[in-house]
Ligand binder design. Structure first.
Ligand code: ADP
Length: 309
């Protein structure tokens, strides 16, 4: 054997490349053993290339699936709304008189439109869960702006439920490292709950405080509150499963279980204080500085304990 060796990179019968090693400069002579080592290195390189390619394909499919799940319910709602309005107009006589049999048929259609609508709610929730579990982005964003925008998005619900939402937000930027979209989902879920589990003419207050190291988001309400037993369970996955089985017709939000997961992804904490019939207060504390390494997000306390670099 000579001072040069080569091994083909083969996928099936197809040669897609070659590994060449030339030791002429060192006046080395390769033997049969070296040739076998190079061949198995070439085979391993092909396996690695195949799995990287497959991983890329799986990621692309995952993103198509996530896009489909999040856009499909919205797409479905537009024609559903049109059908619902049209059938509703026929049912209430706007388009002319109808007999009892026609009324029954139209009522059946309305009920089933309602079922389809609830299905879109379920899909929307699923898309939120998928989004919540997607890898965390790390971006520097103004949390004051993000919270005010979420509040504006919920103004319709606020009017519908006749609850007033006020904000105690500082008139300045507070920049935080984190995943803006996920933290908006957290804020939205807490404010939505504060509005929904409230009383007529109830109040919701949203505030942001800043220390040198932390940001505190508080959402308090004058709503129905929770008992101590409920408080122990609201962040529990099983509790949600139980509640779902009991309230089949209820519209479900993203859920406090997912809220907590997102907060923890940011190395933050969530706590709640509540009194039945008086109201509740949810407090989310986020560290101002977060680092993302190849291992994921690194929390300050992990660094302090020497767990992370
Ligand atoms: P969902 O609101 O979709 O039921 P969540 O996980 O967001 O699910 O909330 C779990 C439960 O916690 C709710 O069903 C409700 O009983 C209770 N809860 C959450 N937020 C509040 C609140 N602000 N006031 C009173 N009860 C609340």
């Amino acid at each position: 054997m000579g001072p040069a060796l080569s091994a083909p990179l083969k996928v099936g019968d197809k040669v897609i490349g070659e590994i060449n090693v030339n030791a002429a400069a060192f006046r080395e002579i390769f033997g049969e053993e070296d040739e076998a080592v190079l061949k198995s290195a070439a085979d391993m390189a092909v396996v690695a290339m195949k799995s990287t390619h497959l991983e890329g394909q799986i990621k692309a499919l995952d993103s198509v699936r996530a896009d489909f799940i999040s856009s499909f319910p919205h797409e479905l709602r537009i024609p559903l709304t049109v059908i619902k309005d049209a059938v509703g107009m026929m049912l209430d006589g706007t388009t002319g008189e109808i007999n009892d049999i026609q009324k029954k048929c139209l009522q059946l259609a309305v009920d089933n439109i309602g079922r389809l609508w609830r299905l879109t709610e379920e899909l929307l929730e699923l898309s939120k869960q998928v989004e919540a579990k997607s890898p965390m982005k790390r971006e520097l964003f103004d949390i004051v702006r993000a919270v005010s925008e979420v509040m504006a998005e919920l103004s319709l619900l606020e009017k519908e439920k006749q609850v007033s939402v006020t904000s105690l937000l500082l008139d300045k930027k507070i920049e935080v490292w984190g995943d803006e979209h996920k933290l908006r989902m957290v804020t939205s879920n807490l404010i939505k709950n504060a509005i929904i589990y409230n009383k007529l003419n109830g109040k919701v207050e949203v505030s942001l405080e800043e220390t040198d190291t932390e940001i505190r988001l508080c959402v308090s309400d004058t709503g129905i509150g929770m008992s101590e037993q409920d408080l122990e369970k609201i962040f529990d996955k099983l509790y949600r499963v139980e509640m779902r089985a009991k309230n089949k017709d209820k519209v479900w939000g993203m859920g406090l279980v997912t809220v907590k997961e997102i907060v923890q992804m940011h190395c933050g904490k969530i706590s709640v204080e509540s009194q039945v019939e008086k109201g509740s207060k949810f407090i989310v504390t986020l560290p101002k500085s977060l680092r993302v390494t190849e291992r994921g997000v690194v929390c300050d306390d992990e660094r302090d304990q020497g767990i992370a670099p």
